[in-house]
Design a protein around this ligand. Sequence first.
Ligand code: ADQ
Length: 462
Amino acid sequence: MSRLVVVSNRVADLSNPSQADGLAVGLGDALAARGGLWFGWDGNVVKQGTRVAPNVTTSGDITTVTLPMTVKDYDEFYAGYSNAVLWPVFHYRLDLEHFEEQYLRGYKRVNSKFADALKPFLKDDDIIWVHDYHLIPLAAELRKRGFRQRIGFFLHIPFPPPDILAAAPQHEWLVSCLMDFDLIGFQTKGDLTNFRHYIVDQLKGQWSNGGAIAAYGKRTTAQCFPIGINVENFRDMSRTEQADEQIAFLQRRLIARTHIIGVERLDYTKGLPSRLKAFSRLLEKYPDNIKRVSLMQIASPSREQVEAYIDIKEELEALSGKINGTFADFDWTPVRYMNRSVPRDILAALFRGSQVGLVTPLRDGMNLVAKEYVAAQDDDNPGVLILSEFVGAAEQMQEALIVNPYNVEQMAEAMQRAITMPLEERVERQAALLKTIRAYDARHWQQSFLELLGSPRIGLVA
Ligand code: ADQ
């Protein structure tokens, strides 16, 4: 079997499983199974002109190679084209797109630098798996340097319809770069359909069964591979003695009997302001919930240098302050808002101890929190998942209470329905959701992608 080389913007610390997020677990498994190398940015920013050799660390069969980024690369490639153009556009937020000419130059330059830095570590028979929107031109750059082996790409975020994508400067170039991969993976059928529209309607390319594509004189294959989590691992984390203590502690300390939880990176795509407004509406419309229900919102800091992220942070602080100012009593705080990251075992316990899980992004590639919440529930007395119709997970998790995250009134109603849902219905919904997340777990995701990437079937237009 060929060695696997994973390339992504950030490389996870595989030596610290309690911190590893869902993606790190999935990729860590794949690397451990076949041996391999994980290459990416180390998260550090250095002064212009600093020359730093890549940092190589080996543990067992897995080697990680990381390198820092210069200030200019960070501004233009990371904060610029990746996170002020591609991230908002791919999440349908054209109002938040901010483009400057040098961003695109920076994006191309860093992809070329990544290819230069990666090349000496590659072996002729490696198979490469590139992740996410930061690295769309990487296959083209590696091909220029003579690498001929299979290269696959997985897009973790949504792929928008052509008329939205058109707002990204040089979108045709981006799509032509995607065509340099041997396999392009999307999260959902919806994303795949949007890509097909671009290829067929916009480029007049050819699209055959199984997602075999011919366009720009190139051939490739596109399919959807919904990402999943390591269900049993997360379940186990939510059921330790420590987790039980954590849940009992919360129940003793908090007067509210029903806990609603929301957990995400602090990002404008996650729909947090509407969620807080919906919680406020719940208290207004169903005052029985006063002193009985509380919302814990955990939002870890993210991309703090990008302007739109500063605005959303301020908005959330104001909104949670307003709700507490209006409704709180001496012995009850309706919203506990935390702007920090939480260890995964504590998260698992908090999910299990919460009767409602709120996952209401305005747009999301998949959303692993929805799957983690379900994995953590007690099957004989589970909580209820409220899920936005605009996250990838909604394509698979229809037994959740599906809501429109722009509709505050509807979300408040869904919370009330979740709080009052009979046990029998909760158990039924939980069983169906658990079955789905088990069938489409992290292993299924990486194995199905890598199997197709290694197969002779790809790239063959019927
Ligand atoms: P994200 O946008 O980061 O990922 P998500 O899929 O929810 O979103 O994954 C976040 C991970 O980080 C989860 O494992 C979650 O538990 C963890 N996490 C979130 N907030 C945390 C906090 N405050 N403390 C600790 N841990 C926290 C991108 C795409 C998604 C896609 C994933 C994987 O935007 O749509 O599902 O990649 O493909």
